[in-house]
Design a protein. Structure first.
Length: 603
């Protein structure tokens, strides 16, 4: 399945291939043919009607298939015009779309109108009815970029400018995101003749009913692979804190206080932190401090948090898009002794509104439970690893969804082998295998594992060996595991095994990993899309004593190229640091500035 991604995340090869394909389609008349079709039907229900979104989805799909005749791996990238607002940005560079203005006589006048804002997009995403969603999307978000570019792009034959396809790919992505967040919302006709089963202009054999599921057309979007309000990349419980981004630019962090209250703090898109609050679990004794917390965002603006009580029940609480927290409930695992508090929990959302949670029982079985989009929890099952002794409870579990409906889970056995199991979209679990790290002593059980999916079908796993080296292994889309390598941190003593590792993918094919050295410095290393690892650096927190090695680290990417990292200092303060898209790290700052704010996980 092809992945449509932000144009900024195209590799040089992907960018050049896309440009070459556009020139090829122009040379054989197809660019002009699609522009003529759009112009001919411009006033015939393809705009200002409920067919606006499905008609353009069909058009993009047909154009993309023509591009794929040039090269099968091409997908249309998108331009997020709430972010890329410059008239001289990389979108308009001479090696990308800038060259077409003169070559195709497009007459652009960039900056001829205002562009939509992120707030407009987020407000639009919250509309709960299709007949409220699409008109606002078309009028307030879709129209302005056409006029902003001007020239051919502002006329009825706008597909004659290739930026049309990047713009409409973004519009289609916003529809896909809204659909995933509102799975029960019906298609509502704006008038007679433009209903769910009415034929589309130009293509009478196609109706909106054929186009509601973009996955069935053979593509997915990068927001469904990693980032906010999408199937989750990785849930790693080996940190005292946990961070999640539920919408662009917004970050929320969670931790357990020594008295067992669960606290949170949030940062808005402007970089302002609020004051920590205990609304997640306000009663002392709510959580075992050793359990840490896991958090997941299954749809825009919604966050769910999970933890283990000292008696082994698994609890959860959720916050709606308006900021209101519910009361904690034990529906995940309501029986005492269900989970070993040292194992913590991992949570993942593989499709909109669905959440799955994983933990280790004191006897070493790995259990799971799932909540459907209607809020109903099932009964916990041990299908992940049904044999006692399968997992060391101290290792916890990591879970990742690399494609819609598929979940993979990872853990460390008491002998140090790293195991995994996977569930297919039909709900069937395989048998656990040790292909990740098949040799005893490969991982320190206290380090746990981190898992991330940086592109569709690909998973990378990370852990700390007892000697402090940081290892990794990867599985390709065909299910083949490589051999573990220590390229992340090849020197003994690089990481304190108790700190574990955190991993994040902020753009397609790129992975960054974080850990704490025994002296309390926070280190990182990154791998580029070509598979090359850099040398570890301590730019995150370069001073000894910055982090308690037992606290581990949490990492999140709330927008392309940006990473934020969180940890707990030995005195219980919660700190963070951030790296901008240019690779520059700031200075660490506290987000919970009182000593004793957070408990240190000592497992």
């Amino acid at each position: 399945m092809g992945v449509r991604k932000n144009y900024r995340n195209l590799t040089d090869v992907e960018r050049d291939r896309f440009v070459q394909a556009l020139f090829h389609l122009k040379s054989i008349g197809l660019v002009d043919q699609f522009a003529e079709i759009h112009a001919r039907h411009f006033f015939d229900n393809i705009h200002r009607s409920s067919h606006f979104l499905p008609w353009h989805r069909e058009m993009l799909d047909r154009f993309e298939r023509e591009l794929q005749k040039f090269h099968r791996d091409i997908t249309i990238p998108y331009w997020d015009s709430t972010v890329d607002t410059s008239t001289s940005g990389p979108l308009w560079a001479d090696n990308f779309l800038g060259q077409f203005n003169a070559a195709w006589d497009l007459g652009r006048a960039l900056g001829s109108d205002t562009l939509p804002t992120r707030q407009q997009v987020e407000d639009n995403q919250r509309r709960d009815r299709y007949d409220a969603f699409w008109p606002e999307l078309e009028r307030d978000i879709h129209n302005h970029p056409h006029i902003w570019v001007d020239g051919v792009m502002s006329g009825t034959a706008s597909p004659g400018d290739p930026v049309f396809y990047l713009h409409h790919c973004w519009i289609d992505m916003l529809w896909a995101r809204w659909q995933l967040a509102h799975p029960g919302a019906p298609f509502l006709a704006s008038r007679a003749g433009v209903g769910l089963n009415d034929p589309l202009m130009e293509w009478p054999d196609r109706t909106p009913a054929d186009l509601l599921d973009h996955h069935a057309l053979g593509y997915t979007y990068d927001f469904e692979e990693s980032g906010s309000s999408k199937p989750s990349g990785s849930s790693k419980p080996k940190s005292s804190s946990f961070a999640v981004s539920h919408s662009s630019g917004v970050v929320e962090v969670f931790w357990v206080r020594p008295d067992g209250m669960v606290f949170t703090n949030a940062r808005d898109p402007n970089g302002n932190w609020n004051n920590p609050i205990n609304n997640v679990a306000p009663l002392p004794g709510s959580a075992d401090p050793r359990s840490g917390v896991a958090a997941v965002s299954h749809s825009s603006g919604v966050v769910e948090v999970f933890w283990v009580r000292p008696d082994g029940m698994v609890f959860t609480n959720a916050r709606d898009p308006n900021g209101n927290w519910n009361n904690p409930i034990n529906n995940v695992a309501p029986l005492p002794g269900s989970a070993d508090p040292r194992s913590g929990v991992a949570a993942v959302s593989h499709s909109s509104g669905v959440v799955e949670v994983f933990w280790v029982r004191p006897d070493g079985m790995v259990f799971t439970n799932a909540r459907d989009p209607n809020g109903n929890w099932n009964n916990p099952i041990n299908n992940v690893a049904p044999l006692p002794g399968s997992a060391d409870p101290r290792s916890g579990v990591a879970a990742v969804s690399h494609s819609s409906g598929v979940v993979e889970v990872f853990w460390v056995r008491p002998d140090g082998m790293v195991f995994t199991n996977a569930r297919d979209p039909n709900g069937n679990w395989n048998n656990p295998i040790n292909n990740v790290a098949p040799l005893p002593g490969s991982a320190d059980p206290r380090s746990g594992v981190a898992a991330v999916s940086h592109s569709s079908g690909v998973v990378e796993v990370f852990w700390v060996r007892p000697d402090g080296m940081v290892f990794t292994n990867a599985r390709d889309p065909n299910g083949n595991w490589n051999n573990p390598i220590n390229n992340v941190a090849p020197l003994p003593g690089s990481a304190d095994p108790r700190s574990g590792v955190a991993a994040v993918s902020h753009s397609s094919g790129v992975v960054e990993v974080f850990w704490v050295r025994p002296d309390g410095m926070v280190f990182t290393n990154a791998r580029d899309p070509n598979g090359n690892w850099n040398n570890p650096i301590n730019n995150v927190a370069p001073l000894p004593g910055s982090a308690d090695p037992r606290s581990g680290v949490a990492a999140v990417s709330h927008s392309s190229g940006v990473v934020e990292v969180f940890w707990v200092r030995p005195d219980g303060m919660v700190f963070t640091n951030a790296r901008d898209p240019n690779g520059n790290w700031n200075n660490p700052i506290p987000i919970a500035a009182n000593p004793g704010s957070a408990a240190i996980r000592d497992v």
